[in-house]
Design a protein around this ligand. Sequence first.
Ligand SMILES: [Zn+2]
Length: 424
Amino acid sequence: MTHDARLRPLASRRQWLAPREIAIRDPWGVRWLRLSRRTQVSALALGVAALAWVAHATVATLVPADDPLRQAETIARLQTEIAGRARDADALRLDIARLREEKAVADAARAVAESQLAAALPAPGQSPEDARVTALESELAEAYLKQQGMAESLAVADDRIAALEDKAMGLRDMVAVTGRQATQLKDKVSTLELMQGHLVERLKPATDVEIALLETGLAPTRLDLDKVVSEVADGGSGGPLLPVMDDLAPTVENARLSDLTASTARLDALRSAVSSMPIALPVRLDGIEVRSNFGNRRDPINRRAAFHAGIDFGGTIGTPVFATAPGEVVLAGWAGAYGRAVRVRHAFGLETQYAHLSALSVKVGDKVDVGDVIGKLGSSGRSTGPHLHYEVRLQDIPGDPMRFIEAGRNVQQQTERARDEAED
Ligand SMILES: [Zn+2]
């Protein structure tokens, strides 16, 4: 080096103070800081001036001042020089401050770039393969985290599915229970239908038999029983046993049930009619004899053939006479040949008349029931002796009272037989 410098010609002053540049590498590339010629000259001049000042001050101190005027001139010149050098120094300081600022900015930028590079590039001492492994590991970790998130979502979904399955299970159980209940209900309905069928099978014939017996029993009255039944139905007394039958489905079973209902209604109407018909006896039969029957006979007074409109019960005066059916008294008083008489109006256009009474117990308008005393047996009017003349009239036409009494006897026997059967 020393040898080279000796051989090389001295660099010119211009070369020596050529502008210099300092390279600064940062992430955005290489930046150049320029040190201008002026800056370098100022720095050199400042150094030379400082040396000159030191030399001069030394000389001035050591050399006595022999010429005051020259001394003053020298001082003024030096002061001017000092002022110029001070200005140069100020400029240089500004340059240095600017350089420091730029360097600080560059340093900060480099720090940022280096940290980014450290993140992007393999760590010092790490091979590219290791870096790949590290990257893959981080990817794997990320994938694992994602998987974990998905697993949690899946767990939540599983819980929901489990809850739904529980609900579905509960619903299935409820459906099963309801199905069993429905089956039980169906069984019950079937049993009821069967029982109803049996009941209908048993009731219908029994009802029909009872109707037949009643109709046969009432046949002696020669009343139109269909008409009687419809009058009872219109009167509203004794409605049908099963009132609501109109909205039944038209099945065989329901048809049979409907038949039974009709039969039951007829039976009820007949029973009601029986209790309204004058089929009872007007006197107790103890000590009573039927002396004269209904129809053509020899008149007991003039001995000529005559029509007898009723029957005569012979007995003692004062024997109580009863109403033979419920009704309203329409006559109570003297009635010519009938003597003291009572007439009672019943249902179905029927009336009963009680004649030759010795006393009356009722007056016109009275409501009487079967068995009520309406008067006393006597011999008033056209009579040959104490007796009750008893008539039953349909639409004011006399009928044979014995036929009604016979009907009453039939119905009573039937009722007694039914009661006995019920007791058995
Ligand atoms: Zn008579």
